[in-house]
Design a binder for this molecule. Sequence first.
Ligand SMILES: Nc1ncnc2c1ncn2[C@@H]1O[C@H](COP(=O)(O)OP(=O)(O)OP(=O)(O)O)[C@@H](O)[C@H]1O
Ligand SMILES: [Mg+2]
Length: 243
Amino acid sequence: MGMIEVEDFKKSFGSKQVHKGVSFYVKTGECLGLIGGSGAGKSVILRSLIGLERPDSGKIVIDGTEVTALKERELVEVRKKVAYVFQGGALFDSMTVFENLAYPLREHTQLSETEIRRKILHQLEEFGLGGNENLLPASLSGGMQKRVGLARAMMMSPEVVLYDEPTAGLDPYNTKKIQEHILDLKRRGVTSILVTHDMPTAFAVCDKLAILLNGRIEAQGTMEQLEKDSKGLIAKFINGEAA
Ligand SMILES: Nc1ncnc2c1ncn2[C@@H]1O[C@H](COP(=O)(O)OP(=O)(O)OP(=O)(O)O)[C@@H](O)[C@H]1O
Ligand SMILES: [Mg+2]
């Protein structure tokens, strides 16, 4: 039994079938790297895991709950447990860093404002963002915005984290910081899916890789299996010979 199970996921946009039956699972505490060309449908899968989108058919189960069978208001429980680090940060532009981080706590918990403040200041220190709480996202660098997005996603101590290209556009130092955060959460037993084009990061943090190609998971395996199978599909993808 996986913490995350996706079974025969199918979805079309207009006449274009993007997902033709995607199946995979992630065990508790594991990190699955989900790779695939631009437009392959990776972000749609992540969004569907927390019910922001629905497949046309197929099943998604997270921690024993069939997400695809839930009504909108029942998804709240899933979203408390599963954090989504959006591609591009998706911060609220008109809110300060502090307000961005306070949002999930005010939305989902009964914590007092004093407690919220304490938690946020601690979290900002953890993510190397101390002193930036009153700034608006627009005045932060790209790397800092990514870290604010990550810090916000972690406010609810999620059991599952979905990372959508968390290192895209980051310099080596910030990339390493993000890798360390992902590894640190893994050590705490967090289950995750990492969607990325950044193969060094995938190799640094993932236990398994799966490649989404032509609407299906065409190949998957542990990092060791993939190293041995250097002529396989994933190796080809990494070398730019398949997309
Ligand atoms: N709301 C939508 N309406 C129409 N088409 C959509 C919608 N959302 C996604 N698509 C299409 O589905 C396909 C998959 O999109 P998705 O964003 O999941 O790709 P991706 O694998 O995350 O790509 P990238 O690596 O560039 O982020 C694309 O062709 C996209 O145009
Ligand atoms: Mg995407």
